[in-house]
Design a protein around this ligand. Structure first.
Ligand SMILES: Nc1ncnc2c1ncn2[C@@H]1O[C@H](COP(=O)(O)OP(=O)(O)O)[C@@H](O)[C@H]1O
Ligand SMILES: [Mg+2]
Length: 225
């Protein structure tokens, strides 16, 4: 797919396949096109060329709501919880809209039971991010797109968040796209990694291969690799 914003080519012929039960990480410097890629898959941004396929069907023309109901869900780079509602009210509302049969399973797996009756804006920021992840999991999505779920988390919260993401991917057989700034976390968590730079794929493959890739080391990982 290619996405242009006026003169800026945010994504240039990017071709990435997501698979059930696989955590696919996308990393790259600021402006690389990571959020644009999520926007293009979720339907928020129109492609300039190329297509989005779901199970072999071309869904490029399908709007955001259709994609959500067809199993593609996402989280946002900024937490999207509604401040004035309780966690329970918020989750139940979205579960109702998306016909989720097992909200309590989602709540339990993310350790949110104890905060159900608290107001969203009053719970710790790290817990808000977990509520955000719970929202993305409602409705049995087959594809979950996560835009920097660890943004603003302290180190141990980050580790826990990424462990949740990996466990949920494996338990539910979901295809996960993980965009994350924490490069160590991505290498630890993902089965596949794609490195974007200026809208182009610099490298793609298993973590060990990507870490060795000379172009990636030069452009992005530097001596830290
Ligand atoms: N809505 C928009 N309008 C114009 N340019 C945009 C818009 N969104 C992103 N861009 C540009 O597209 C490029 C990729 O941005 P983005 O996908 O947000 O990168 P990342 O998430 O990797 O930091 C950047 O050059 C950015 O300035
Ligand atoms: Mg971004």
């Amino acid at each position: 797919m290619t996405v242009k914003y006026g003169a800026v080519t945010a994504l240039d012929n990017v071709d990435i396949a997501l698979e059930p039960g696989v955590v696919h990480g996308v990393i790259g410097p600021n402006g690389a096109g990571k959020s644009t890629f999520i926007d293009a898959l979720s339907g928020r941004t129109k492609l300039s060329s190329g297509k989005v396929m779901l199970d072999g069907t071309d869904i490029t023309a399908r709007p955001v709501g259709w994609r959500r109901h067809s199993g593609i869900s996402r989280s946002f780079q900024r937490t999207s919880v509604f401040g004035s509602m309780t966690v329970r009210a918020q989750l139940e509302m979205i579960a109702f809209q998306n016909k989720e049969p097992d909200l309590s399973g989602i709540v339990a797996s993310l350790g949110l039971k104890d905060v159900l009756d608290r107001v969203c804006s009053e719970i710790a920021y790290g817990t808000q991010r977990s509520v955000d992840l719970a929202i993305a999991l409602i409705g049995r999505p087959r594809v979950v797109l996560l835009d920097e779920p660890c943004a603003g988390l302290v180190a141990d919260e980050s580790v826990r968040m990424l462990q949740h993401v990996r466990d949920l991917c494996k338990e539910r057989g979901v295809a996960v796209l993980l965009v994350e700034h924490d490069v160590d976390g991505v290498f630890r968590t993902c089965d596949q990694i794609t490195v974007l730079n200026l809208g182009k794929v610099l490298a793609s493959g298993e973590p060990a291969e990507v870490r060795k890739n000379a172009d990636v080391v030069r452009a992005y990982l530097g001596s830290a690799a």
